[in-house]
Design a protein around this ligand. Structure first.
Ligand SMILES: Nc1ncnc2c1ncn2[C@@H]1O[C@H](COP(=O)(O)OP(=O)(O)OP(=O)(O)O)[C@@H](O)[C@H]1O
Ligand SMILES: [Mg+2]
Length: 489
């Protein structure tokens, strides 16, 4: 594609409109002949330091910011044009969208501290039940009717993202739902995705190692509504959730349409919830009348997630009746309050991805109604990440559960004992068992009739990160092994 075509409408001055660009990358190692190399200012070294290497490998031009251009100049320059942009990350996202040129026709995105994966997973299912070829993209990778391809990052870099969207469009996917993480939004990874609707789940404590303040964290999430969703788009929120008012204020400012859901919602107004086994029977008032929906998922937060997902599908043009019917067959995302097994005495074992204080709180609150005995939780916090959340996770666990076992969860390069100590500080009286398999086995052995176990933290993940090594570990397998051993002994 010609450089002029790539840059059209971005406001970036390019030296030669006709220069042919064969690929885009911000990774100098991936730069090949004819590539446009994006030298981004990073958390670590400025990408400009690798410009010479990229050009040596054949890059046709370099795009960077003023600081990068000065660095290249100071290093003796490169034998290729250097294009300066005020915001190279934004330029990369916009140009990646143009370069790949195709994405599923109808796309929605969801942001929030918790529930993004679940909502995207639900929206995909609703689209599919409504007869569309649909996909979801996020923490679980790309999920389509034909299976899952694992991506690994909640929001991938723009080049991979747009390559993936083009691949999906080529495969006939017309509808897609994607997770928009605050990192992804902050780093302009999703700009260039054309959205018809955007949803917000909630705001809790997370990523405080990356964002300096809660306000900054919220502002990153608000970019989805302020800058990515066009004016004609629809914003979907549950007004009962923390900071939903701030999202609604942006929607008003931007003259976007608003679709509200939940107890305080207008469009999908949740009037009543009744428990029926693991299902929840919802009475929902809509402008088209009342619907009674049996949602086959446990947990109050799943009701909010399901309604945000339903709102997004309706905002994308689906008929409310069909969407309500689709809710009746929703499957939970893997590792989100997933019932993994039962002990011989009937005690239930759940695996949940809760690795944030709010999520621990919500997951345990969701399991309480199914507990006639004790609620037991196995919980830990990750290393090299937000240390402030550790005691808060312990605190949430001890407030909601009857028995707390503190264990390791991806200690990475930190001393696991110190991480456990920080979690224990919020959970006095908790049991401390560093080895995760042993912690799970102990919890399972403690289970009596009527008890419920929640193994929190890993969800769908299949590794324990110790140092820089990922050791194979699955909470599902650990629970099943412990149940099998218990049955034998
Ligand atoms: N609406 C919600 N409110 C509070 N907690 C929730 C909500 N939805 C999910 N959770 C909790 O958060 C955990 C993670 O859910 P999910 O993976 O859907 O969120 P996410 O936003 O995608 O998280 P991540 O930022 O890690 O990708 C769940 O296992 C559950 O414990
Ligand atoms: Mg996610």
């Amino acid at each position: 594609m010609q450089l002029g075509t790539l840059a059209a409408g971005t406001g970036i001055a390019v030296p030669d409109d006709t220069l042919m660009i064969g690929g885009l990358t911000s990774d100098s190692r991936a730069a090949g002949p004819g590539f446009l190399f994006f030298a981004l200012g990073g958390v670590q070294a400025h990408g400009a330091r690798f410009a010479a290497k990229a050009v040596e490998q054949g890059a046709a031009a370099v795009l960077t910011d003023a600081e990068g251009a000065a660095l290249i100049e100071a290093g003796g320059g490169v034998p290729a044009p250097v294009i300066v942009a005020a915001n190279p990350r934004l330029a990369l996202a916009k140009m990646a969208a143009r370069f790949h040129g195709r994405q599923p026709e109808t796309m929605v995105a969801v942001t929030g501290t918790s529930g993004k994966t679940s909502v995207a997973y639900f929206v995909r299912q609703i689209f599919q039940r409504c007869g569309h070829n649909a996909a979801s993209l996020g923490t679980l990778g790309t999920v389509t009717a034909s299976g899952t391809s694992y991506g690994g990052l909640t929001t991938p870099d723009p080049v991979s993202l747009h390559a993936e969207l083009a691949k999906l469009a080529d495969a006939g996917v017309t509808h897609a739902a994607m997770e928009a993480s605050s990192h992804g939004l902050d780093q302009y990874r999703l700009d260039g995705v054309e959205l018809v609707a955007a949803g917000f789940t909630n705001l809790g404590r997370d990523h405080m190692d990356y964002h300096a303040t809660e306000e900054e964290y919220l502002q990153a999430k608000l970019r989805l509504f302020r800058e990515l969703l066009p004016s004609g788009g629809t914003v979907v929120v549950d007004p009962a959730q923390n900071k939903a008012d701030r999202v609604l204020a942006v929607a008003e400012e931007r003259r976007q349409q608003v679709l509200t859901v939940g107890e305080r919602g207008r469009d999908l107004h949740l009037r009543n919830v009744q428990f029926s086994g693991f299902s929840q029977v919802l009475t929902i008032d809509t402008p088209r009348g009342e619907y009674k929906v049996s949602l086959p998922l446990a947990g109050h937060f799943q009701v909010s997630n399901a309604l945000v997902a339903a709102g997004l599908a309706i905002a994308a043009g689906e008929a409310p009746g069909a969407v309500m019917r689709a809710l009746e067959t929703l499957e939970g995302a893997p590792g989100r309050l997933e019932l993994v097994g039962r002990k011989d005495n009937g005690a239930l074992c759940f695996v949940d991805y809760a690795h944030k204080p709010d999520a621990v709180d919500n997951a345990l609150a969701a399991l309480r109604p199914f507990t006639t005995g004790r609620l037991i939780v196995v919980v830990g916090a990750g290393g090299d990440r937000d240390a402030g959340k550790r005691p808060l996770m312990g605190e949430a666990a001890s407030r909601r559960a009857d028995v707390v076992i503190v264990t390791d969860d991806n200690p990475r390069t930190e001393d696991p004992a110190l991480i456990r100590k920080a979690v224990m500080a919020g959970a006095p009286g908790a049991l401390e068992i560093g080895d995760r398999a042993e912690a799970i086995a102990t919890a399972v052995s403690m289970l009596e009739s009527g008890d419920v176990l929640c193994v929190a933290g890993k969800g769908h993940e299949t590794g324990q990160i110790v140092g820089k090594t990922v050791l194979p570990f699955s909470d599902h397998d650990a629970v099943r092994t412990a149940l099998a051993q218990g049955a034998r002994s």
